[in-house]
Ligand binder design. Structure first.
Ligand code: JEK
Length: 264
């Protein structure tokens, strides 16, 4: 996969030289280049911003340096152009899986109040333009979002994650939060690892982990429970969910009790 990132803070993307992503690049699985937007300006001051039409706070990124940069990285085909934005659709794991199938992705990191909107319109001719948000909070620019999105996409490329079993397990736990994990020592500062995990009984361990996933999801992410297909739940699932205050009503999981206080 080829990835190009355009930013006025290319050093911000230095983390992509490290760890799993750095290894994938060294191994030739990922061809990633970071570009400095200022290299595509043509004035003495390398200006990338200007005041907003219509007034308001802050500055807006000028369109022409973006057009020059995007034309320079576009290459032969029609790449996906991801534009991180607080006004984008929220980036999900499903999108990461789809994007991991692409040949070429370009990321345009805005700063200030964002990029002149005409750049996104203009780019539609030669890119598949996707304004995407990392989540519902405000960042100072697109760089942190790109670090997160590149990592989420690149770890799905064949050969990038050392143990492909991790990815298989991930797709099985689809729709529920992860179960809690523990390592040695089995007793630590007066806290014990759940005994079932030391039992060697793999069926009971799987059931325990599934129970924990369901409890956690009910407690922390009830929005995910409402999306579950009730037909995929077994009797033990339904028993745990009943304790957490959920029951199947008309094929949908429905809250039957008000959530009580405290957390886990
Ligand atoms: C790209 C510039 C900074 C900050 C004004 C007024 C309410 C904010 C742009 N999940 C995410 N959050 N933020 C970003 C993100 C932020 C960016 C850029 C992505 C380029 N900024 C900025 C304030 C405002 N808005 C109305 C919201 C605009 C992001 C992602 N991905």
């Amino acid at each position: 996969m080829r990835i190009d990132v355009v930013s006025i803070f290319p050093e911000y993307l230095a983390a992509l030289d490290l760890s799993l992503i750095g290894k994938a690049r060294q191994d030739g699985l990922l061809d990633l280049t970071v570009h400095n937007l200022r290299d595509f300006t043509s004035d003495r001051h390398r200006t990338v911003d200007d005041t907003p039409y219509g007034g308001g706070a802050g500055m807006v990124m000028k369109p022409e340096p973006w057009a020059q940069a995007l034309e320079s990285v576009r290459g032969g085909s029609r790449p996906v152009l991801i534009v991180p934005s607080p006004a984008g659709a929220v980036f999900t794991q499903a999108m990461a899986h789809e994007l991991a199938e692409e040949q070429h992705i370009v990321f345009a990191c805005g700063r200030y109040e964002g990029i002149d909107e005409r750049v996104l319109e203009w780019a539609k001719d030669s890119f598949d333009v996707r304004p995407l948000s990392l989540g519902d909070y405000v960042l100072n620019g697109g760089e942190v979002a790109v670090l997160a999105m590149v990592e989420a996409i690149a770890r799905l490329l064949p050969g990038v994650v050392g143990n492909p079993e991790s990815l298989v397990e991930e797709s099985h736990s689809d729709g529920l939060l992860e179960y809690p994990v523990y390592t040695k020592p089995s007793a630590w500062r007066n806290l014990e690892v759940p005994a079932v995990l030391l039992s060697g009984n793999h069926a009971r361990i799987a059931r325990h982990r599934r129970d924990e996933q369901l409890r956690r999801t009910a407690l922390r992410r009830p929005d995910l429970l409402e999306l579950l297909d009730a037909a995929t739940l077994d009797r033990a699932d339904l028993a745990v969910l009943a304790e957490a205050g959920y029951a199947v009503v008309g094929g949908r999981l429905t809250r039957t009790q008000v959530p009580s206080e405290g957390s886990a």
